[in-house]
Design a protein around this ligand. Sequence first.
Ligand SMILES: C[S@@+](CC[C@H](N)C(=O)[O-])C[C@H]1O[C@@H](n2cnc3c(N)ncnc32)[C@H](O)[C@@H]1O
Length: 284
Amino acid sequence: MQVEYYPAPPPPGPRGTGLPYDAGLELDGIVTTAADLELPNFARTVDALLGGSANFAVDREAVATLSVIDPLLEARTRANRAFARRVVRHAHALGIDQFLDLGCGIPSIQSVHGFVHQVNPEARVAYVDLDPVVVAHARELVSHLPGVSVTWGDLRAPDCVLATPEVAATIDLSRPIALLVCGVLHFVHDDVAALLRRWRDLLAPGSVLAATHGAPAHRKAVAVLDGTYSRGLAGVTTRSRTEIREALAEVGPVVDVVDWPHRGAGGRYALDHLGAVGVVEQRR
Ligand SMILES: C[S@@+](CC[C@H](N)C(=O)[O-])C[C@H]1O[C@@H](n2cnc3c(N)ncnc32)[C@H](O)[C@@H]1O
């Protein structure tokens, strides 16, 4: 399979596992470069929108510009994260104690480990992101936490992600996990329905799978951030509401994120940010 990297991968590391993510194992020690401070970064922009401190002036300026184009951007970002929190708590209530967060962004504020450790400090969390800047930042924040790992990986290559030593050491795939694919599918050009199906098929019965995807109102702001400000973020894919619904239907019933698990659970007003949650069934 041709793996398309986003952004270009770092040079291969010496460990020689043969995995495309070999290089990701060597990311420890990456420092934020001057260039990183001059250009906004998607994940840091999300952090700024959530009120976190893992962002720089350039990210906050981008947020100010984007919020003029899309006044609901902050509400949508917060609703997306609040949805993730409800999913995490739901999974915990089902007895799940291991979480895989794909396209995790920077887990500085309202993070999956923060949500779950409030109710189960022993829960294990594997964070995966394709942006080396995000991975470096995330590792700085959470690598001291037992049972929490951060891996450089591409959600478009499920087998490779699951085969990385960090992910394999953090979660036990023979038991149910909660898999979160939130706020990231608009970076994926591939057939996301097929991708979600592939991920679902890799999970043990009883696992929870949750995904969100910004609907059209979101597109203009994403396109501006993509085209005007960010390095390495080219290729944001915009999909029609119908396409998004079709893809998310692979996961479960599709609703506005504020309406999961029931109408108005996350707020009174729909935000055109769609999500779905499902439980993996016993294989026949
Ligand atoms: C907008 S942030 C979303 C953060 C968080 N999941 C949330 O819901 O708020 C999207 C993240 O996905 C990452 N990303 C984009 N394409 C990816 C891919 N193919 N595999 C893994 N991560 C990816 C980006 O680097 C970025 O950190």
